[in-house]
Design a protein around this ligand. Structure first.
Ligand code: SAM
Length: 187
């Protein structure tokens, strides 16, 4: 089992690389895994980030965790891949993001880091924290050929100890507005 990063949460399994749920159809699985042979090398670890509990009461995710730059990170730099359970079944999860949609639109593949994942699951949305995101999600093929959702710095560097913040997208918040996830005016 992979060594957990500092401040990892008790009820979540740490997986440095994505894993696959049985709901993913075989042809889609082959497409996501890619054609390149796996090397067996674990490339999911990074020293660029640290998980911290948010202690400022003014932060909208006060008491939860966030992901922070452990050192200065240059602009347009790969920070980490979002790992979790790659799945095709329906999920109600605040840790689920979209990875792939089949051409006919019949298969939607997500990566759910609710029960298992890596440091990237702690990345918060920028709303209510700063004026714009300082990081972006970007699909990429890893050296192994595998399709992944990765996190990159924007056009500006990240300072050491700066919180890494992306945009979850308006749709993410709209879908949760009924549950009072965030004040609508802050979208
Ligand atoms: C993917 S998790 C992010 C990590 C989470 N803070 C944690 O400690 O597990 C998404 C959840 O974080 C919180 N969150 C993220 N960004 C937020 C924001 N800008 N304002 C309020 N809550 C936020 C919400 O509770 C949301 O459901």
């Amino acid at each position: 089992m992979a060594a957990k990063p500092s401040n990892w949460v008790l009820n979540v399994v740490y997986i440095p690389q994505q894993c696959y749920h049985s709901s993913v159809p075989a042809d889609v699985l082959a497409h996501i895994r890619g054609a390149v042979q796996k090397t067996g090398k674990l490339d999911g670890r990074t020293s660029l980030v640290s998980i911290r509990t948010i202690t400022e009461p003014s932060h909208p995710a006060f008491g939860q965790c966030g992901l922070f730059a452990a050192k200065k990170i240059p602009p347009r730099t790969h920070i980490i891949d979002y790992s979790g359970e790659v799945h095709a079944d329906e999920r109600q999860s605040d840790y689920d993001l979209s990875l792939y949609r089949s051409q006919d639109g019949n298969v939607n593949i997500g990566i759910d880091a609710c029960k298992m994942g890596n440091e990237a699951r702690f990345i918060n949305d920028y709303r209510g924290i700063r004026s714009k995101p300082n990081a972006v999600f970007q699909e990429r093929r890893a050296d192994s050929g595998e399709l992944r959702m990765s996190v990159w710095t924007s056009s500006l560097p990240l300072k050491k100890n700066e919180e890494i913040l992306v945009s979850y997208g308006k749709g993410w918040w709209q879908a949760r507005a009924a549950e009072g996830a965030v004040p609508i005016e802050s979208q």
